[in-house]
Design a protein around this ligand. Structure first.
Ligand code: FES
Length: 81
């Protein structure tokens, strides 16, 4: 089974605009505790337009801008077999 790569931006803009909430959610949600996902904190993904599009998460190389915790959960659910 190929792991889903989830890069969570920990750059300044994303951290200030909800990135920490995403990290907290990932740590606390049982959905993400298995080995299906590979969560990787990264620095600025260079696509946030100085925070206008923050927070950003990249899933298997595709960037998701202004992502909310709810949308992160629903998006990652689509990767669960
Ligand atoms: S600070 Fe997150 S993409 Fe720029």
């Amino acid at each position: 089974m190929r792991k889903v790569s989830v890069e969570v931006c920990c750059g300044l803009h994303c951290s200030l605009k909800g990135g920490q909430e995403l990290l907290d959610l990932i740590e606390s949600n049982p959905l993400f505790q298995g080995d299906q996902f590979d969560f990787i904190p990264v620095n600025c993904l260079q696509c946030c337009d100085d925070g206008a599009l923050s927070p950003v998460v990249s899933i298997n190389g595709e960037n998701y801008m202004k992502i909310t915790p709810e949308r992160l959960v629903s998006t990652l659910r689509t990767f669960i077999n």
